[in-house]
Write a protein that binds this ligand. Structure first.
Ligand SMILES: Nc1nc2c(ncn2[C@@H]2O[C@H](COP(=O)(O)OP(=O)(O)O)[C@@H](O)[C@H]2O)c(=O)[nH]1
Ligand SMILES: [Mg+2]
Length: 316
């Protein structure tokens, strides 16, 4: 932990309040489709398992069984991921940590979903076999890997994938081998995030466009997050022997290293910050989990708010 870095109070900064209309519509549509499904799978980002969980999903499940997937575990600290899985399990959740590119993980997921659906049906006293495919809704905030996961499991390629949030705009059923159907859904955030730090965490994992969150602010937030990690950051990728003392120093180093220079020999801090985000997401700086369980100050608690927001309640 780097004690020399002054801690900016990100939580005091104004929030963007970003909650586009298409997400409101998608949230409503998902609510309608819930009736049709046997299991709701919520994908979380293993780097921020608490901050990437949408409280609105939990409160509007209509009693449907659910299953948590910590995706992108290849990007997170493996020890932290184990801790998160134990924590969720201790809180009564079905959970698995995966990476979509890992075939073994994908096979394990399908088995676990089948089991979950069978266990729930037994619990409810349904003895007859389903005379239709098991239907599973894949939910989650933007960019957690929903469409990639659906594609990996699909009998044929169906869902549209993209490195930026907002690629999946429509809901679609995808048949799998072995009698399951998955419903890929658009990423849905919720209108009231906890505070600016929460918003910036979502920015770091790419649930919000960098330009929207503000790349330079994201860079500063990332530096602050990395300073709190027990694992070392690979600052040497920017030719630095130790952690930079400020975000300005960091962006200077990134810009010089990558040749992102403006006329007058000034570093282009905007492009340097974008490059830094890419390096973080591509694992060049190391594998990090940005929040730990059992530390209420560092991740959002379930908020009590209406199940799916209505147009009226968000128009403020
Ligand atoms: N490192 C890593 N990247 C992933 C994983 N799953 C998906 N991605 C990437 O995350 C980005 C967003 O994926 P996408 O499926 O479009 O997310 P969606 O918005 O939730 O549907 C894409 O660039 C994927 O290649 C994973 O397990 N590990
Ligand atoms: Mg998608």
């Amino acid at each position: 932990m780097d004690e020399t870095l002054t801690t900016p109070d990100f939580s005091r900064l104004p929030m963007t309040g970003w909650f586009p209309g298409h997400m409101l519509k998608a949230g409503r549509r998902m609510h309608e489709l819930l009736r049709l499904v046997d299991l709701v799978v919520e994908l979380l980002d293993a780097r921020i398992p608490a901050s990437s969980r949408n409280p609105a999903f939990r409160q509007s499940l209509l009693g449907k069984p659910h299953f948590l997937v910590l995706n992108k575990s290849d990007l997170a600290d493996p020890e932290a991921t184990r801790g998160w899985c134990q924590w969720f399990a201790a809180h009564g959740e079905r959970v698995l940590a995966v990476a979509t590119q890992n075939a073994g993980d994908m096979a394990q997921l399908q088995g676990a979903w089948q089991e979950a659906v069978a266990a729930e049906r037994q619990l409810r006293g349904s003895t007859r076999a389903l005379n239709r495919p098991v239907r599973i809704m894949i939910a989650g905030i933007p960019n957690v890997g929903k469409s990639t996961l659906v594609n990996r499991l699909a009998a044929s390629r169906k869902a549209v994938v993209g490195p930026k949030p907002g690629v999946t705009r429509q809901t679609q059923w995808v048949p799998l081998q072995g009698g399951m159907e998955l419903l890929d859904t658009p990423g849905v955030l919720w209108p009231r995030l906890r505070n600016k730090a929460h918003e910036l965490k979502l920015g770091l994992i790419g649930s919000m466009a960098d330009e929207l969150a503000g790349p330079e602010l994201l860079a500063e937030f990332l530096l602050y997050q990395l300073a709190q990690q027990s694992r070392p950051t690979r600052w040497d990728v920017y030719g630095l022997a130790t952690a930079p003392a400020s975000a300005a120093d960091l962006l200077e180093a990134v810009g010089r290293r990558r040749g992102l220079i403006l006329p007058g020999d000034k570093v282009d801090t905007f492009r340097s910050a974008i490059a830094l985000m890419k390096d973080f997401r591509d694992l060049r700086l190391g594998r990090f989990t940005l929040e730990v369980p059992d530390d209420p100050g560092r991740h959002p608690q379930p908020q009590s708010q209406p199940a799916m927001e209505t147009e009226e309640s968000t128009r403020s």
